[in-house]
Design a protein around this ligand. Structure first.
Ligand code: 5GP
Ligand code: SF4
Ligand code: MG
Length: 455
């Protein structure tokens, strides 16, 4: 998911949130929503689909000075209108609206406990547990209510929360997901990625730190630490695939990291071929790094239909299968008679990769060497990225040679875990999560995980 928040007395906050969400659209395409407050009223507008579709008939009508927004990528809770965000609740102290990126690992237990105490849940999202805890807290201030609630939740969460007079940003003590702070016309912006700050014309001030809560009001920005000292564990997949390459996360340029992954992959594979191509768009930066390192020319062997979103993100497998042919086509003129190095960021189920290899061969490629700028994904994610249930992960059950056969490539090369770590230089490489590659989970895994998945 993607989250965005703005506090400004000089800008149209709803409009800026809309632009910000547009910049974060890659983080989730299932639903979108915006909440606005003018200091007394609070209005939310949410819907299924892309940002442009949800707000086609206009933005929330309320003029205000605080807004938050959310784009959803479903990991917990099914894809339903009821499960759109931001959530908005009214309680004795007023209104609270909240948007969440990540996955709680103890949501089930907390929800059962809250239900026993009489809470009624309207959605199947883990995020609703957080709002409930905040609204039920007996602490006096909103800051203390939030802190009390955070002490009970586990897993991955970046939150933007608003009341009638405050905008609050929270990043979990592990720092699984990114969150940054920006300055705009004397106001403040919080966003999942810095590309959203660029879009609204805000200046990146800094990352919100793991275990930090920032509280923005007319009094300015106040920063507080909460929770325990935990192992830092930024999701390495943000650099590999999820984030936009023009974003900077924890002081590391995503583009630079991806480019280095491609260079490193070239060194490790030692491959020689006629051309390097990418699986657009997610493989492009690494493919450029590969080409740069080897001197093998980069060419556009596959063209992506611009009007189709990330097919993987659509929740049902059926839509995903049809998606590949609609999304990509080979450029016969480029690939015919050539030996090709095809670079992609990751292999999850292996279905997309197999179809693309076939497509290139049908277009006349004499050899297709598949190069993947991440290690084999053998383990599921419990912290907000829907890398499938374990049984669907091709690398959970197959060796590299079997995967090569499955996708029909002439050779298959994955980036090593060490090579991946070396590609990220501005973040301490031990302060990251690599669990889907090495099964070293920095936080708990949900109790339901043993039963088969993270959906
Ligand atoms: P596969 O060959 O495993 O079917 O598909 C791999 C492709 O899925 C890659 O191009 C990758 O960019 C894309 N992809 C889309 N969404 C995700 C995601 O959430 N996680 C990962 N790892 N890859 C994804
Ligand atoms: Fe990211 Fe993988 Fe860790 Fe999930 S398990 S947070 S995808 S590195
Ligand atoms: Mg891709």
């Amino acid at each position: 998911c993607g989250v965005f928040g703005i506090f400004s007395r000089h800008d149209d906050v709803a409009l800026n949130t809309y632009w910000g969400l547009y910049a974060l659209q890659h983080r989730g395409q299932e639903s979108a929503g915006i909440t606005v407050t003018d200091g007394s009223e609070m209005e939310v507008q949410r819907g299924m689909g892309l940002v442009g579709e949800v707000f086609r008939r206009g933005l929330p009508s309320l003029r205000g000075h605080i807004a938050i927004g959310h784009v959803r990528y479903s990991t917990t809770g099914s894809s339903l209108l009821a499960n759109t965000q931001p959530l908005l609740v009214t309680y004795s102290g007023g209104h609270i609206s909240l948007a969440h990126n990540g996955n709680l690992t103890n949501a089930r237990e907390l929800r059962q406990a809250l239900e026993k105490q009489g809470s009624v849940f309207q959605t199947s999202m883990d995020s609703e547990v957080i709002v409930n805890l905040i609204a039920r807290s007996s602490q006096a201030t909103i800051e203390d209510k939030i802190k009390e609630s955070l002490a009970r939740i586990e897993g991955a969460y970046c939150l933007v929360i608003m009341t009638e007079d405050k905008l609050i940003g929270v990043r979990d003590p592990h720092g699984f997901r990114p969150l940054c702070l920006g300055r705009l016309n004397g106001g403040w912006v919080i966003a999942s990625e810095s590309c959203a700050l660029d879009t609204v014309g805000a200046e990146l001030v800094r990352d919100i730190e793991p275990g930090e809560m920032v509280v923005i009001s007319d009094a300015g920005v106040k920063s507080e630490r909460f929770g325990r000292e935990d192992r830092k564990a930024l999701c390495v997949f943000e650099y590999i695939y999820f984030a936009r390459p023009d974003s900077v996360i924890d002081r590391q340029s995503v583009y630079e990291a991806r480019f280095r992954m491609g260079r490193q992959l070239a060194r490790e594979s030692g491959l020689v071929a006629d051309i390097v191509i990418s699986v657009p768009d997610s493989g492009t930066t690494a493919a450029l790094g590969f080409s740069h390192e080897t001197g093998i020319p980069y060419a556009e062997g596959l063209i992506k239909n611009r009007y189709i979103g990330r097919t993987f993100i659509q929740p049902e497998q059926k839509k995903r299968d049809l998606g590949v042919r609609m999304k990509l086509n080979a450029v016969r003129h480029i690939v015919q008679g050539k030996s090709i190095i095809m670079v992609d960021d990751s292999i999850v189920r292996g279905t997309t990769s197999g179809k693309i290899v076939r497509m290139l061969k049908e277009a006349g490629a004499v050899a297709v060497h598949m190069c993947v700028s991440s290690p084999p994904i053998g383990f599921p994610c419990y912290y907000g990225i829907d890398t499938a249930v374990r049984k669907e992960l091709i690398a959970a059950t197959k060796q590299v040679e079997e995967i090569r056969q499955f996708i029909g490539a002439d050779s298959l090369h994955y980036l090593s875990l060490d090579g991946l770590k070396q590609s990220i230089t501005n973040v301490d490489s031990d302060a990251m999560c690599y669990a889907c590659f090495n099964c070293d989970y920095p936080a708990g895994t949900p109790t339901c995980a043993a039963a088969g998945g993270n959906k």
